[in-house]
Structures are given as structure tokens and as C-alpha cells.
Design a protein around this ligand. Structure first.
Ligand SMILES: [Fe+2]
Length: 523
């Protein structure tokens, strides 16, 4: 007997309910809690994840989704989920347990903040509901604030278009020895590509525009085994870019010029789905169509990380009054230099400056979405810039670089993604004066699977942009950083293919930054 017939025949019992698959949004029994659910289908199909560690806590995540091809596949009832944390990978030495209620309001996603953990320690965790248990995930806490830590290993990733290829990079990343992973955005891509083009994998056929369709995209992405392996291996610290909502959106301006009121609703649905599917801290839960995402954390006294949100508060793209929405190559215009234009909003910028000012760590890492360095281009023989990147916000960029230079912020490093290519650059106090000071070091990681930008088109631009030390757009992968008190090493790691679900991996290039000396040197 299926759930709807059970409900109609009034035979629901608190103690036993067969949880059928299929969306049952019309069934109004939301507040019923099923103590001992029985499942026809395995509910942990989206894996487990952890994120946002502190010295004594970490966020654990899973979601009940018996049928991952649907946006929602649980009946609309509250379901208890038990969790446990252990000191060993066989879950023998349990040190914490608890129960939370997975609710239909959050698509039966489960978020647990486990407190009272030891600093700088590894843990394993697992969920259970009814007679079903999840995979085991591994996570860790941060070292104590200001403690003397000798080293850190982490990777940063971005841009994982499911249609463009397999997440092979994640299967290699899961085997690395890392403390955590930073995801810089484009966790999903919200729209299907041209159906006439052959692609390794398929998106849902319609662009995501409401909560159910965003949930459907996340369900598809999170059912990927390589992505699940990476999440189960390390805590992730995640920020978003545009495709979690809409290509190249800027605050309430959508790519297709939707009415701001309509786009606000769409954006709110996208933000909620993002929150539901990632191991974000509870303070990020969307409120009044907004979501608090920018935040910081420290790795002892070795490194501070500032994670920025460059979509929710940014000014509209400049110099593009031509009826076309979204990013494009635009000829220089005065609007680009408007002092009121912002990439992060005044409040977030102030928060960043206060954090950098207070910092007493050796390295200061600004994690954000794009290529910070200027990339001067040409359109109809005139100087042109990409209207959706930092080049469209030169005043905001200059303010941030000036702040770093004037306040002598120690060892500033920018990490970014977004443009599906590896870059290593010197961030200059004046990009048009090659001999001006280098203010910060920049590393941009390539995409996990999204198609690269054109190598042939970008290569000739490099002579006009001498602060670029390395560029490669033909390969997919991630960046791995090994940091100690004397030096920072970034390995640019690339897989040979994303067209097939198996690949090799190699280090394309390695760059070192020495403590006290800004700028990367290839080794
Ligand atoms: Fe992307």
C-alpha cells in the first residue's frame, strides 16, 4: 500500500510508515513525526558532507532523497535522523550522538553542528534513519585560534558543469592529503546547454527557476560519486558564484532582464536550495530573500581566510547599454570608473578591511570568485574589458589593493575560480604601470569540469598584460596549496580528460611564494 492510500485509509501509525518515493507535495501531514520510518529505497543517495569547521565544532550534512532524479522524493512528513561522531574510521569510539528532525521545508536536508570537539583533530561521522545508514564521512576541526601550527594543506575548486564532463578531478582530490577544500562557486549550472551539442552527461531539460527545479539540479549533481567521495574525505568551505542562481546575475539584475520583484523570488529559491545542499553554518539560512555567506576563519596563527560574496551585493555590469544581458566584452566607458560602483557592497568591504587590519597570521588569504588581475582586451581595435569580472569594478579593486598596500597586510594571497582556467598573476598597485609595486599574489584554479575559455583567443592578450605569469585553459582540475611558516606552494593539478569517467592526473606547474616576499615564482 502506498503512502497516499495509507493516509486515505487512516492507517498511518507513528511507529511504522513505509516511506514511498515520489513527490507528494499535496499530502498535508507535515507535522507528523515518524519515529521508525521504513524505506523502500535507500535515502542517503546524495552522500554525506561536512563543512565550516571551527576549533571545537563542525557542520555535518546529509539529505534524504530516495529518488535523486526528482527534486523532492520524500513524502511531506518530518522524519528523525540520528547521527554519530567517532574518533576512528570504523566508528568504534563514538564520542557524540544525537537526533535531528529532517523536515519537508528544507527538502529533508539534515544539518548538525557538533560542538565540544577537540581542536586540530580528525573525526568520522555517519547518519541513520529507520533501518538505513549512510556512508561514513571524515572531517576535522581547526587548530585553536592563535596556536602555533606548522603547516596546512588545502585545495580550492570551482565550476563543475555536470553536462560538460565527469567530475574526475574530485576522485583524485579525494585521495590527496588535505585539511579542507574551499569551493569557490558554480557548484551547479542552472540551465541546460544546447541540446544539439553532444555532451558527456545531461542536465534536466529546463532551466531552474523555482525551488523544486533548483532542488532537482542539486539532486542530480550531488548524486555524482566522485563529488560525494571528495565531500566524505574533507570538510568543505563553500561560497557561490552566479550559476547557483542565474548566469552573470548582479544583485537583482538577471541575465534576461526579469522584473526585479520576480528575480528576487527566483534568487530566494536558488539561495534556499544552495543552503539546503551544502554544509553551511546555520547563520547562512536565508532570511527575507537574503543570505549571509561571507565569513572568515583562521588556521591557528598560520593563515586567515576571508571568503567573499561577489554576487549578492554587486552593482550592475557597466558599459553595456546595448540590450544584451550578462557578461560581455565591452569597450571602455566612463561608467566603469563610477566611484559608487561596488563588487561586494560597502558593508562587506568594511568587514574585509577590519578583518585584514586585525589579522596576526603569517598568510592572509582572500577567497573569491574571479580573476582579480586586469586583463586588457581589444574590441574593434579599442581597449575592452570583460564586463562581469573584476575588470568591470576597477574602483572597488583599487580600493582593496590600496588598503592591502597602505596597511602592509602580511603575505596577501587571492584565490579564485570562475573563468575555467589556471592563472598566476602579480596584483599590481597600478596595472597600467608594469614597474609599479606588486601588492598581492594571485592564484586562479581551473574548473572541475566546465569547458575552458578559448586558449587561442587569450594567448595573444598576454603581451598586453605582463603581470600574468601563467595561463592555461585547456585542462580541468584544481589547485592544491601546501603552506608552512616560510613558504606557500601551489600545485596546479590537471586531469587528462573529463569526457570519460576515468582519468589520470598530473601537476602542470608549481609556484612558490616566500614569507615576506610578494609574488609567485615557478619551480
Ligand atoms: Fe563557471
Amino acid at each position: 500500500m502506498d503512502l497516499q492510500r495509507l493516509i486515505r485509509s487512516n492507517k498511518i501509525s507513528r511507529r511504522s510508515l513505509l516511506l514511498a518515493t515520489g513527490s507528494m507535495a499535496s499530502v498535508a501531514i507535515t507535522n507528523q513525526v515518524i519515529s521508525y520510518p521504513k524505506y523502500q529505497d535507500y535515502p542517503f543517495t546524495l552522500g554525506v558532507a561536512s563543512g565550516d569547521p571551527s576549533p571545537n565544532s563542525v557542520v555535518l550534512w546529509t539529505r534524504l532523497a530516495p529518488n535523486p532524479t526528482l527534486g523532492v522524493s520524500m513524502p511531506p512528513i518530518n522524519v528523525p535522523v540520528q547521527w554519530q561522531v567517532a574518533k576512528d574510521k570504523k566508528m568504534g569510539q563514538i564520542i557524540a550522538t544525537g537526533e535531528v528532525i529532517a523536515t519537508p521545508e528544507l527538502a529533508h536536508s539534515v544539518r548538525v553542528v557538533v560542538n565540544r570537539l577537540e581542536p586540530n583533530s580528525w573525526y568520522w561521522y555517519q547518519f541513520k534513519t529507520g533501518n538505513q545508514i549512510s556512508a561514513i564521512g571524515r572531517t576535522r576541526t581547526l587548530p585553536s585560534l592563535n596556536s602555533n601550527v606548522e603547516k596546512l594543506a588545502f585545495a580550492f575548486v570551482s565550476c563543475q558543469n555536470y553536462e560538460h564532463g565527469y567530475f574526475n578531478a574530485y576522485s583524485h582530490l579525494a585521495a590527496e592529503e588535505l585539511d579542507f577544500v574551499i569551493h569557490l562557486g558554480d557548484y551547479i549550472y542552472e540551465s541546460p546547454n544546447n541540446p544539439k551539442k553532444a555532451r558527456p552527461r545531461k542536465h534536466p531539460s529546463k532551466e531552474a527557476k523555482d525551488l523544486d527545479s533548483y532542488r532537482q539540479f542539486y539532486s542530480l549533481y550531488k548524486s555524482d560519486r566522485d563529488l560525494q567521495a571528495a565531500h566524505a574525505a574533507f570538510p568543505f568551505i563553500c561560497i557561490w558564484d552566479d550559476h547557483e542562481v542565474d548566469n552573470d546575475y548582479a544583485d537583482l539584475e538577471s541575465q534576461d532582464f526579469d522584473r526585479p520583484d520576480d528575480f528576487l523570488l527566483r534568487r530566494a529559491a536558488a539561495y534556499q536550495a544552495y543552503y539546503e545542499h551544502l554544509p553551511l553554518p546555520p547563520f547562512s539560512r536565508p532570511k527575507k530573500e537574503k543570505m549571509q555567506l561571507y565569513r572568515s576563519f583562521n588556521w591557528g596563527n598560520l593563515a586567515s581566510f576571508y571568503l567573499l560574496d561577489n554576487r549578492q551585493y554587486r552593482s550592475d555590469q557597466p558599459c553595456d547599454n546595448n540590450g544584451k544581458g550578462g557578461g560581455q566584452l565591452v569597450i571602455e566607458c566612463q561608467e566603469r570608473f563610477d566611484r559608487d560602483r561596488t563588487l561586494f557592497g560597502i558593508k562587506q568591504e568594511k568587514w574585509l578591511f577590519e578583518g585584514l587590519d586585525r589579522s596576526n597570521t603569517i598568510w592572509n588569504v582572500i577567497a573569491q570568485q574571479g580573476l582579480v588581475a586586469q586583463l586588457k582586451q581589444k574590441l574593434n581595435n579599442k581597449t575592452a574589458y570583460w564586463s562581469d569580472g573584476w575588470d568591470a569594478y576597477p574602483v572597488a579593486r583599487q580600493r582593496i589593493l590600496n588598503f592591502i598596500e597602505e596597511n602592509k597586510i602580511d603575505n596577501p594571497i587571492f584565490i579564485g575560480g570562475d573563468i575555467h582556467s589556471f592563472w598566476v598573476t602579480d596584483l599590481k598597485s597600478d596595472f597600467n604601470a608594469p614597474n609599479s609595486n606588486t601588492v598581492a599574489t594571485e592564484f586562479v584554479g581551473t574548473s572541475i569540469s566546465s569547458n575552458g575559455i578559448s586558449y587561442q583567443r587569450v594567448l595573444p592578450l598576454l603581451k598586453d598584460n605582463p603581470h600574468v605569469k601563467y595561463f592555461e585553459s585547456r585542462l580541468r582540475g584544481y589547485a592544491k596549496c601546501l603552506v608552512d611558516r616560510n613558504k606557500w606552494l601551489t600545485d596546479l593539478r590537471a586531469v587528462n580528460t573529463v569526457k570519460y569517467p576515468r582519468s589520470t592526473i598530473k601537476t602542470l606547474a608549481s609556484f612558490v611564494v616566500e614569507n615576506g616576499r610578494v609574488g609567485a615564482r615557478q619551480i
